[in-house]
Design a protein around this ligand. Structure first.
Ligand SMILES: Cc1cc2nc3c(=O)[nH]c(=O)nc-3n(C[C@H](O)[C@H](O)[C@H](O)COP(=O)(O)O)c2cc1C
Ligand SMILES: *[C@@H]1O[C@H](CO)[C@@H](O)[C@H](O)[C@H]1NC(C)=O
Length: 289
């Protein structure tokens, strides 16, 4: 029996090593998949190229969260329409949203701030992973700040167009006649910069996981676009490549916030033009199973 002891010791050692190597809590890795952090926390989005906060406070990320107080459940009240009215409302809403266009020529005429507050309130009705509401809407009115934003974006966008984007992307954009000169960043009376909070901070100071934060904030942005269309204001959806960290610092936002989208908002200028695009008909975008 004694000759078995070294073998047993070896087996125990191998087991211990194996347990340690796999001991990060989630071991059900499928074959061939890389062991990445993203796999452990699949709801965490890839960083939008913001390296300014890498691994800062990362240790706390997997701590169990203090469960918040229980929420009372109450009867749901809603409006049900007769079918005829449903059809009418669906047609009317489609007619309204089908007129939405990305407008890159925005007049400097001021817009009522109450309207801006209301459209942001509307965006904030979006669903969010575990009701974390992981969004921050920064409204920029100050002409100096707008101009600084323009300088940062034009500087980066010039490099994007000339170096980062590649020939195919630049060719695909030709028909839209976009380039790195973004006058609307000065002229639009309001810029709304939408940040996704990649995590929150609980009352205790611990990190609070923001599940699916990018999807949640993207839904809020879609609702915001619809709300702007509803009041007759225009915007253009922009995702300033490589500008996130500098804009975040300029606006004094914390490191857990990453820029997702920038919307210049105002009235269309009188001489505004848009590309004559068509949209796919419904039988090309929906399948019935
Ligand atoms: C995620 C996303 C990013 C976009 N980024 C830009 C951008 O950086 N600059 C721009 O001029 N338009 C941008 N657009 C607008 C698209 O070019 C526009 O939506 C598309 O051409 C369709 O036109 P429409 O919005 O008028 O229907 C973006 C749109 C989306 C959804
Ligand atoms: C836009 O293009 C369509 C064809 O795709 C054409 O029927 C329509 O007249 C054009 N609109 C304008 C304003 O030129």
């Amino acid at each position: 029996m004694f000759f078995l002891t070294p073998v047993l010791v070896a087996v125990v050692c191998i087991l211990i090593v194996w347990i340690f190597k796999n001991g990060d809590g989630s071991s059900k890795r499928r074959k061939g998949e890389p062991r990445a952090r993203a796999e452990v926390r699949p709801w965490v989005d890839e960083d939008l190229k913001d390296n300014t906060d890498l691994h800062q406070g990362e240790e706390g990320a997997n701590d169990r969260q203090e469960s918040e107080e229980d929420v009372e459940h109450i009867p749901f009240s809603h409006t049900r329409y007769p079918e005829k009215e449903m059809v009418k409302r669906s047609q009317e809403f489609y007619a309204l949203l089908s007129k939405r266009r990305s407008v890159r020529f925005i007049s400097s005429e001021q817009v009522p701030m109450e309207v801006i507050d209301n459209v942001i309130k509307t965006a904030g009705t979006a669903p969010s992973g575990a009701h974390t509401e992981p969004w921050t809407f920064v409204v920029v009115k100050d002409p100096d700040v707008k101009h600084k934003i323009r300088e940062i974006i034009e500087e980066e966008e010039e490099i994007n167009y000339l170096k980062r984007m590649g020939r195919q992307w630049v060719t695909d954009l030709k028909k839209l006649r976009t380039n790195w000169v973004k006058e609307y960043l000065d002229t639009a009376p309001v810029l709304i910069l939408i940040f996704k909070q990649v995590h929150g901070v609980a009352a205790s100071g611990k990190r609070k996981v923001h599940y699916y934060n990018e999807i949640s904030v993207s839904i809020a942005c879609g609702i915001l676009l619809a709300a702007l269309q509803n009041v007759g204001l225009v915007t253009v959806t922009t995702t300033p490549l490589n500008c996130g960290p500098r804009l975040r610092v300029l606006l004094g936002r914390p490191t857990n916030e990453k820029l997702l989208m920038l919307l210049p908002v105002g009235y269309a200028s009188k001489e505004a033009t848009v590309p004559n695009l068509t949209r796919k008909p419904v039988d090309q975008i929906r399948v019935i199973v």
